[in-house]
Design a protein around this ligand. Structure first.
Ligand SMILES: [Zn+2]
Length: 154
């Protein structure tokens, strides 16, 4: 997976975000991954939650992917793909920069601002990938304190 490669389908795009989530898990972090794509499926940037790794509560998966994508002239035609329903902070990022579409891998373990995004004209697609849901459920069960810290309920 590298920047510039084309990922045509939502499943292929989600696989990029899932690989980021697993990379985060391998680093001892919170396993949430994201990736930003151009309209034609070109990968612009990807990233994962780095709260633990960077001691930075603001480095969510979507934020990390967004920053790794660098400056874009317009975000209207871009697609933000995330393994877990975007929190309010990341939903705000989507609105702030006018990202046109969001693909969510799992809204079962956490439900963020995706409905608010949809109400405000963002195209939201929820895939609810069984493997991702299982992996996240396992992480939450094994790391309840870290999880509650990440969702702001610590
Ligand atoms: Zn977030």
């Amino acid at each position: 997976m590298s920047v510039g490669d084309i990922y045509a389908t939502d499943a292929q795009k989600l696989a990029v975000a899932a690989a980021e989530a697993r990379r985060g898990a391998a680093e001892g972090g919170i396993p949430i991954g994201a990736a930003l794509f151009a309209a034609d499926g070109t990968l612009l940037g990807s990233g994962h939650n780095r709260r633990v790794q960077d001691d930075d509560a603001a480095m969510h998966a979507e934020t990390n992917a967004f920053r790794n994508a660098g400056r874009q002239r317009s975000y209207r035609d871009t697609v933000m793909v995330t393994t877990l329903s975007p929190c309010w902070y990341c939903s705000g990022l989507v609105r702030q920069f006018g990202i046109g579409r969001v693909v969510v891998g799992d809204d079962q373990n956490f439900l963020g601002g995706q409905e608010w995004l949809a109400e405000n004209g963002v195209e939201v697609s929820v895939l609810n990938d069984a493997t991702l849901i299982g992996e996240m459920r396992e992480f939450i069960a094994g790391h309840p304190v870290l999880w509650n810290e990440d969702i702001g309920e610590g």
